[in-house]
Design a protein around this ligand. Structure first.
Ligand SMILES: [Zn+2]
Ligand SMILES: [Zn+2]
Length: 311
């Protein structure tokens, strides 16, 4: 809430600058991808792999978004997949839209936050010494966020001294922080939360999954492909959420670009391709025919981190 309140400072004319606006817009994509690509597709679903240094860089970037520590974010998301739109779902919008969007963040749900859940749903994440260290130091995300603000402020102040005096530089630095960090944080929050709320309420479905996930093109547009949420629930392990040619999944294509420079590998293909690669078709009964392919549903498979059935 404090960050929401601080973001109102963008309305102060003295704190406006084109640099701040550009940093905000660019930051929505760059930092948003640390959540989408880093927390979601890489850590929560292991839909591709990347060198450890790059994974840690993505995680540090994700913590600059002040959403949650890696183990908690991933555990919460895997709980969502395992119990989508059921009582144990941490953020189903079927309760109310506001609950699914942000209300769940303000109520400490004991069922969600019991430590056993983190070990069950994020055991692999906690196996990384860095992520375990972060869990043992709960103030860590806060300090990383503050360090980010300081970095933006110092860089903005130093750069502005090239063309203005100290007062002007201080205002420029404040502008860079307010637009480039604070407002960006709020907007990335709402984009992430829209995937939880809007895409379980509004859109269309390619697959008759056992929850209310929808494909929502507006969310897909602002969240770099994450809005194709029904596609994602139908095949959570698949790196691409683009199941029809026009359902553009920008994140997937960026991961493909990363693979060309050696920063992404083991990109998980669609279930039909995985089944063909194994030489056998397994899973639940085929559902709706779609683009010449058969979609089958085993949404919880990808999130069972008990070491048995991550597809
Ligand atoms: Zn969902
Ligand atoms: Zn997911």
């Amino acid at each position: 809430m404090a960050v929401h309140a601080l973001s109102v400072l963008v309305l102060v004319p003295a704190l406006w600058s084109w640099t701040g606006v550009v940093l905000c817009v660019a930051g929505i994509h760059v930092f948003g991808q640390t959540i989408t690509m880093g927390y979601h597709r890489l850590l929560a679903h292991r839909s591709f792999t990347t060198p450890l240094w790059f994974e840690h860089l993505l995680v540090i970037g994700a913590m600059c978004c002040l959403e949650d520590s890696p183990a908690r974010w991933i555990a919460t998301h895997r709980m969502h997949h395992a119990h989508s739109d059921e009582e144990q779902d941490p953020h189903s919008p079927l309760v109310t839209f506001l609950w699914g969007h942000l209300g769940w963040l303000f109520v400490r749900n004991q069922a969600t936050h019991q430590s056993g859940n983190y070990h069950r749903y994020a055991r692999d994440v906690l196996g990384d010494p860095l992520y375990m260290w972060i869990e043992k130091h709960p103030q860590c995300p806060f300090w990383i966020y503050l360090a980010q603000c300081a970095l933006y402020a110092v860089a903005g102040f130093a750069a502005a001294l090239l063309w203005t005096d100290a007062t002007g530089a201080a205002l420029f630095a404040a502008s860079v922080v307010v637009w480039g960090v604070v407002l960006r944080t709020v907007l990335v929050w709402h984009i992430t939360w829209s995937v939880n709320s809007l895409t379980h309420l509004f859109g269309y479905r390619n697959y008759e999954t056992e929850e209310h996930s929808q494909n929502n093109w507006i969310v897909a547009l602002v969240a770099a492909g994450e809005g194709w949420h029904n596609n994602h629930h139908a095949d959570p392990s698949c790196c691409s959420l683009q199941h029809r040619w026009w359902e553009l999944d920008l994140t997937y294509w960026e991961i493909r670009v990363l693979s060309m420079v050696g920063l992404a590998s083991d990109i998980t293909p669609r279930r039909s391709v995985r089944a063909a690669n194994r030489g056998t078709v397994r899973g639940s009964a085929p559902r709706r025919q779609h683009d010449g392919q058969v979609g089958s549903i085993d949404a919880a498979v990808a999130v069972d981190v008990g070491g048995t059935s991550r597809a």
